[in-house]
Design a protein around this ligand. Structure first.
Ligand SMILES: [Zn+2]
Length: 189
């Protein structure tokens, strides 16, 4: 069961039907009895759906429906992850429509600070989890010199260390097609 594999803070959100903003506090967790930062981080972001939600936020998604389409999470799963990300300060929720009330989700500085982790996951996944003939899902071009950096975190052409703001993302046709078909399939439901 998925529930068995959930970290304890998520079980809290799913069991307590958290809804008010005032109760949006990060939860105490058993990993707080360790000084290990890996254990503490994984407690906040170590779940598949949370990682996929973060990927969508970095790809520019701000709205619930687009995140639902591209992660294939159920609305309940997505809601619990977004609430936890908000409670833990990685995401801020802002109304974009009054009637009916609708929110968009934006990354905070703390949320953006997680980006290098996703970039490293991408590099590892391209190397170890894909066939060479599949090609890169997203190409990153160093804005300063115009070269594709592959999966590097230092530009292979000019040697500059790379941050997200230095890179232009170009989604491959294959990944673009995959994302478009998810959107089409969702609309047909
Ligand atoms: Zn460069």
């Amino acid at each position: 069961m998925i529930r068995e594999a959930l970290p304890s803070w998520l079980r809290y959100y799913e069991n307590n039907s958290y809804c008010g903003e005032k109760s949006a506090m990060p939860m105490q967790d058993e990993t707080n009895d360790t000084v290990c930062p890996v254990a503490r981080s994984v407690d906040l972001v170590g779940d598949k759906w949370t990682i996929l939600v973060m990927r969508e936020l970095y790809m520019g998604a701000t709205r619930f429906e687009e995140m639902q389409i591209q992660t294939a999470a159920t609305p309940q799963m997505l809601t619990s992850r977004l609430k936890a990300l908000e409670a833990n300060g990685l995401v801020e929720r802002r109304p974009y429509n009054e009637k009916p009330l609708r929110y968009e989700y934006l990354l905070t500085d703390k949320g953006w600070d997680f980006y290098p982790v996703i970039y490293a996951l991408r590099a590892w996944g391209e190397k170890w989890c894909k066939n060479p003939d599949e090609g890169l899902a997203v190409h990153f071009v160093h804005r300063a010199c115009g070269h594709d950096v592959g999966v590097a975190s230092v530009c292979p052409h000019c040697g500059d260390p790379l941050e997200r703001k230095d890179l232009e993302a170009v989604i491959s046709n294959r990944f673009l097609g995959e994302r478009e078909s998810r959107r089409e399939a969702f609309k047909r439901k």
